[in-house]
Design a protein. Structure first.
Length: 477
């Protein structure tokens, strides 16, 4: 197991990217003829193969990311398993042709809505969950009848190539249905150009570029961008659970989760008790060895970015407990607790993406809600209270696509829940019925049944007698 990051995988020659795009396009033409139940059967077999080979996949993920085996299995393969279970069981309900309403005088006609595949879906993914995000998005895209051109982060391309190889080896899908395009930003641009819809996960800056490029070609783009999860801890919160959630929510995946807890607002009366519990839990985390709770950073510049936020907090008067660089070359740092955090500090406003728990004391819950809503982000947020009614009411005031009530952020694993952000955190949703439907196009069907060879009365010629009758039927009288 390598200690530090592996060298990134750079661009393949343009002609190879073009060949992969053509293979995906050809496969899309074949796959679109498969019925929903045929797709379900094939993709069930694909998942069985991926699951059976997961030790091999875990080794690649660990090599690229430095996660412990437990964390890689629980955060990458665990949610994938639940997503597969949900979507295989519900694909037919969501995607099959469904009858549509008609007025009574259309009783000789049938209306229905079909969900057609879009063609090729461009899936562009970041480095933080190199198996889960590429697999989950590709799986849903293929279930909806599409081919996939997958552009992984250059830092985690090996995992995507392992996935491509494992899927292809099943022989259950048309050749090239899942095609990986390795490379940097330019490869991502090529994927936008070669696909019919883009499903992008990454930073706001890149997301904006991707959306502009897609829009200039009149292609839709679903964007899952960064977050700044505010956790609001009320005076009556279940403190043990809240403290454990703050630590797990902020430090799981070494803090590199878009829905991870990024700032905590605590009502004054329980601030000290909450902080004591968080502090004890942070101190108990293992930062070394194969079973470390806190892994390394995946993207090398991330260590300095997080340290810069801690320096900024210190310089503005916060107390930072922990947070030392443990191994610069190995990209490891100790988890940090930031006390006395204030909104002037970058650690409270900019995405941290590191194992940091900044805590700010607030007077009242409403103040916390206003602070939570004050920034540009709107992905995850949570409210913690023993009074579920109060917590539910406050959660409706949060400008976030995903809210937890005494829950940090496990939403992604539940295929039944639409996942995505508001404000600068994204556009559109993945998962849920609407997420799967977004990967299709609606085709409206109207079929005339009988009498087979007679015109409809509202066709030519227009006549006063017919118009009078139609006026009544149409409710215009
Ligand atoms: P980036 O935005 O830098 O990159 C995302 C992907 O886009 C990478 O594959 C990248 O390639 C590619 N890319 C870069 N430039 C272009 C371009 N011009 N056109 C098309 N594609 C391009 O994000 P990171 O990889 O740094 O990931 C971290 C970010 O992702 C964080 O902000 C995090 O919050 C967010 N994220 C959001 C999630 C969500 O669901 N909302 C989930 C996980 C992460 P390359 O890396 O090779 O440059």
């Amino acid at each position: 197991m390598s200690e530090g990051p592996l060298a990134p995988v750079w661009d393949v020659p343009p002609e190879e990217s073009a060949a992969r795009a053509s293979a995906a396009r050809r496969a899309a033409h074949v796959w679109r003829r498969a019925s929903v139940s045929q797709r379900v059967a094939a993709l069930r077999g694909v998942w069985e193969a991926v699951r059976a080979k997961r030790e091999e996949g875990l080794a690649v993920v660990r090599e690229e990311t430095g996660k412990s085996r437990d964390e890689a299995e629980i955060l990458e393969f665990g949610p994938a398993s639940l997503l597969v279970r949900y979507f295989l069981a519900n694909a037919s309900r969501i995607l099959d042709e469904r009858p549509a309403w008609t007025p009574w005088f259309f009783l000789n006609k049938r209306a229905a809505v079909r969900r057609l595949p879009r063609g090729v879906i461009g899936v562009i993914t970041p480095w933080n969950l190199p198996f889960l995000i590429p697999f989950g998005d590709s799986f849903c895209a293929m279930l909806a009848g599409n081919a996939v051109l997958l552009k992984p982060s250059e830092w985690t391309t090996r995992t995507a190539l392992w996935l491509e190889k494992t899927v292809a080896a099943t022989g259950l899908l048309p050749e090239g249905l899942l095609s990986v395009v390795p490379g940097r930003g330019g490869a991502g641009e090529g994927v936008v150009d070669a696909s019919d819809l883009v499903l992008f996960t990454g930073s706001l800056a890149t997301g904006r570029r991707v959306a502009q490029r897609a829009a200039s070609q009149l292609k839709p783009a679903i964007l899952e961008l960064g977050g700044k999860h505010p956790m609001i801890v009320l005076a009556d919160a279940p403190l043990e659970r809240a403290a454990a959630a703050a630590v797990w929510g902020a430090c799981a995946n070494a803090g590199q989760l878009c829905v991870g807890v990024e700032r905590v607002y605590v009502e004054s009366s329980v601030h000290d008790a909450f902080v004591a519990k968080v502090r004890a839990r942070l101190a108990a985390l293992r930062t070394d060895g194969p079973n470390a709770d806190i892994g390394r950073f995946i993207f090398p510049p991330q260590l300095d970015r997080v340290q810069k936020q801690l320096d900024d907090a210190r310089s503005k008067g916060a107390e930072v407990i922990g947070g030392e660089v443990l191994d610069r070359a190995g990209l490891r740092m100790a988890p940090a607790l930031v006390l006395g955090a204030r909104m002037e500090m970058s650690v409270m406003t900019e995405e941290t993406f590191g194992p940091v728990v900044p805590v700010m004391r607030v007077g009242r819950a409403e103040e916390a809600v206003a602070l939570a809503n004050s920034g540009p982000h709107g992905l995850g947020a949570s409210v913690w209270s023993a009074d579920l009614e109060k917590a539910e009411r406050l959660s409706t005031l949060l400008e976030a696509g995903i809210v937890g009530i005494n829950e940090p952020a496990t939403h992604y694993a539940l295929g039944s829940l639409p996942f995505g952000g508001v404000k600068s955190s994204g556009l559109g949703r993945r998962h849920g019925d609407e997420g799967l439907l977004a990967l299709t196009q609606a085709q409206a069907v109207l079929e005339h049944e009988w009498p087979a060879d007679a015109p409809d009365p509202w066709w030519f010629p227009y006549e006063a007698r017919k118009t009078a009758l139609l006026r009544r039927l149409l409710g215009l009288r």
